[in-house]
Design a protein around this ligand. Sequence first.
Ligand code: NIG
Ligand code: FE
Length: 443
Amino acid sequence: MHGFESGNCRGRQKYLVLPPQNQNTIQRRKMPNLLIRNIKTLVQAEVAPRPLAKGADMANLPVLHDAYLLLENDRIAAFGPMTECPERADQTLDATGRMVFPSWCDSHTHIVFAATREEEFVDRIRGLSYEEIARRGGGILNSARRLRETSEDALFEGAWQRLQEVIGYGTGAIEIKSGYGLSVESELKMLRVIRRLKTVSPIPIKATFLGAHAIPTEYQDRRQEYVDLVVHQMIPQVAEAGLADYCDVFCDRGFFTVAETARILQAGLAHGLKPKIHANELDFSGGVQVGVAHGAISVDHLECAGAAEIEALLQGNTLPTLLPGCAFFLGIPYAPARQMIDAGLPVVLATDYNPGSAPSGRMALVVSLACIKMKMLPEEAINAATLNGARAMELEAEYGSIAVGKKANLFIARPLASVAQLPYSFGADPVETVVLHGRVWAG
Ligand code: NIG
Ligand code: FE
């Protein structure tokens, strides 16, 4: 295999493909360097890179005004004030009047799915709740029925479109879950789709096994047998095939209990899959505590969280990942981000892009919602959506900020008066130019 290849997907525009396995080749082959000049504000420019931002430090967003940024090969080579800008480079971009941000790191998505679910959206407008729809066999089970009858190629095509969509929104690293298969065969099918996405994606992807997303219809009266299937069949096969980085469980009222979650997480850990779970969306389910107790990378949702959950998080290294797009779309309470940050925690923001509870992959909107509905400061929200998001995928050494040596994944924003204008302009698309691995992404 060669380091760079020009790929295309069924007639879509050409793009640069950087398969992760080709990193060594890339190091050897010299690419033209790229200099971005006259940057109004270089955002999240770290001289001493932090592994994450927590508590009061979340409001610390280092910026450099009137700056240059030099990208060499696929990495950030240097940055500084324009007075010290290198005189020449192979390629130059002029960013006069524009800010440069590190790419968003979206650490929680479900972008492999067969069909959208707008009929349930209308049912909710008419008064049904998300849980009532789920109890009637809709929700996740609806997506599972559709996924099982959809070919692997068709699933790939849909997910690939969504991946390109979110890259255009400025996402430069992403996590993707299974969980709409709910059988050995269909969970493996979903994870193979994610593996295939990894081979063509210009951004890094982490894969999460979510076989315990819901009890499938055929196991409704024998849930114990389904948990056995997850533990004895799915996890060993997923691990054996190297199809997942993490193991997830939807630990919540009406889905999986704390005891079931503990069993599944232990099986995952025994097979090398670190936990990263859905918790406390619908109830004070104990999901946060069981996640922390098993050393989860993150516990995600947390709309139902209070002093006990915050205390549990303070005792461990598990990150609280908040998904305000879901709270917005379902009309449920928002997670207590302010209390978490004030208690000293490192909050993460992600989209939860999925057909049921958050059909949007736009990280900039998530950042706006975090500010508007959860009272996060713009600086806190941007840290949560970049550096802390990278940490929630264990990618913080290479992504999540503008630091020398990190991968050159970033976007040049449309003209903004200030950093705060990004979340202020809710719903707007702040992205003008996407740069991935040191090159302008043509999308
Ligand atoms: O993160 N809460 C569980 N899982 C997804 C929603 C799945 C769906 O409704 O399709 C979530 O919100
Ligand atoms: Fe989710």
